[in-house]
Design a protein around this ligand. Structure first.
Ligand code: BG6
Length: 317
């Protein structure tokens, strides 16, 4: 059975902010707070869910639907919370490239969007307690490695389900190409006991074998070693079955043709400074994306929307 929700996120009220981070009026269930490392964040505490969203990266760091006992989103106890450093856990936005930049090894991995401060442009709440936030990152030449003029809006709907939609518009005069991912870290009891359905028989690129193309078997995926795969041409919903937690988490999506599945296992976890040595057992990334051959090209003035919806269900055993 699903139990009571855990304690609130750690953010405390922001009383001495150096500068206002937003002038948007906030609905009753939303406040701005000083989050971990002093980074400003939005804290949502509604009858339906609690959540913590950092302005840096428009990063959903926590989402606890009411009545769910264990965290749904995994967050490393070793994560950086510092200006310009990626947060390890929650839902980083990878944009406008995924992984290393193809030409510049010195450019930040997974693009610049997760390192920049986004602007709150909308905060609404309906009668049922569903909160809708929208954060924007826009400009031209934000990175020499991707100098285009664009506007990205991340729309986050926080309720008994979590919906995130990343909207990218080309504000320039020429087409541009980008990759994107909602790099969602899920909290699981033990990666060695969970299974993942939705990608059976799918073609994938195995990043641990130099990008070799392989085909998934007929069975749900189980994890017995480091895993880093880009599943191609898939629009399917994926479900994490977590028998120890007696729950499933489903990620359904739209506007996305790739799904990335990642767990670093032992050696890679040890090698990452912002990842606890033993934390790999408790997480699984299932990432909604358009990456690699599914990079998108947008004509001048065009908009693309990619969305992911998360839902937790009691397994009923
Ligand atoms: C995954 C990639 O999406 O993100 C992995 O497929 C990568 O190759 C992982 O290691 C974590 O990336 P980062 O930049 O957050 O350490």
């Amino acid at each position: 059975m699903l139990g009571e929700r855990p304690a609130a996120p750690v953010a405390s009220d922001m009383t001495s902010a150096p500068r206002p981070v937003s002038s948007i009026p906030l609905p009753p269930s939303v406040r701005i707070a000083e989050g971990r490392g002093g980074l400003p964040c939005l804290v949502v505490a509604s009858p339906l869910a609690r959540a913590e969203i950092y302005f840096q990266g428009a990063h959903v760091a926590a989402w606890h639907p009411a009545g769910v006992r264990d965290p749904v989103l995994w967050l490393s106890a070793r994560s950086h919370f510092a200006p310009g450093k990626p947060i390890r856990g929650g839902v980083p936005i990878c944009f406008p490239w995924f992984g290393p930049h193809p030409e510049n090894a010195a450019a930040p991995a997974h693009g610049f969007a997760r390192l920049r401060e986004w602007t709150l442009i909308e905060a609404l709440e309906d009668e049922a307690g569903t909160v809708r936030l929208a954060l924007e990152l826009a400009g031209e030449g934000l990175s020499p490695d991707w100098p285009h003029r664009f506007r990205a809006v991340h729309r986050i709907e926080i309720g008994s389900r979590l919906r995130m939609a990343l909207e990218v518009r080309n504000d320039g005069t020429d087409p541009f190409t980008f990759e994107e991912a909602l790099h969602t870290y899920f909290d699981v009891a033990d990666i060695r006991t969970v299974s993942l359905t939705g990608l059976e028989r799918g073609e994938y690129l195995d990043k641990l074998a130099g990008g070799r193309q392989s085909r998934e078997g007929n069975d749900p995926i189980r994890f017995t070693a480091e895993t880093d795969r880009v599943y191609l041409d898939t629009q399917a919903a994926c479900t994490i079955d977590d028998p120890d937690r007696r729950r499933t988490i489903t990620v359904s999506k739209s506007g996305s043709d790739a799904t990335v599945v990642w767990n670093p296992w032992i050696a890679k976890a040890h090698a990452m400074p912002d990842f606890g040595d033993d934390e790999w057992t408790g997480m699984l990334c299932v990432e909604t994306g358009n990456v690699n051959v599914h990079a998108r090209t947008l004509a001048a003035g065009a908009t693309h929307i990619m969305a992911a919806m998360l839902e937790v269900k009691d397994r009923g055993d």
